[in-house]
Design a protein around this ligand. Sequence first.
Ligand code: PLP
Length: 230
Amino acid sequence: MNEEDLLVRLSKTKERIIDAASRAGRDPASIKLIAVSKNHSTDKIEFLHKKGIKYFGENRVQELMSKNEDLTEINWHFIGHLQRNKVKYLTRMDNCKMIQSLDSWRLAKEVNKRARKNNRVIPVLVEVNTAGDENKYGFKPAETLPFIKKAQNLDFIQIQGLMTIAPYVEDSEEVRPYFKQLADLRKNINQEGFQLSELSMGMTNDFEVAIEEGATIVRIGTGLFGEREY
Ligand SMILES: *Cc1c(COP(=O)(O)O)cnc(C)c1O
């Protein structure tokens, strides 16, 4: 681990968040940074945690659980596709603070059931496939409000907002329409009487555009940790 390198990446990332927020006339404190630590070592996570990063994101249950054995102080967000038979491992972990990738009614019911068993209400985001990408999970934009209406009866999940993963492109301006679409979708849903506060959108390659379009959560891996090693 190269601590100096991590520190430089951290301060550059923070600076870019602040700059993007100020371009949009937004308070940078209204944007939560999730450090996406998949494929990175626990010592890097521990280091960034000590430097003030509050949330870490993982996309595989197995990897999250094994890291959590060493890092019980970390607040995790689950950000990957979640199989129903693995939900129980997440709801059992008090420090798994959010599931960002709720992508089906069946999954919602399972999370609700397992959260109830663990006597907790778990915050979730509804994943929306804004780009209509066949290789991605998530609800179609038009399915999102009906799903949320149905899921409001699940008492052990708390839907706090929407999440999307934009396609990878060279020029991040190309994905601005998807972020705008997610922001508009939240607005429309809230006009129906809901109070979704979170918009999780933006990764290393596109988080500045996402912040300009209203992201309240950005999920940054490579920008903070460097390239992933497989
Ligand atoms: C890996 C991942 C990220 C972070 O990607 P980077 O390009 O490394 O910033 C963000 N969100 C999700 C859902 C991911 O799987």
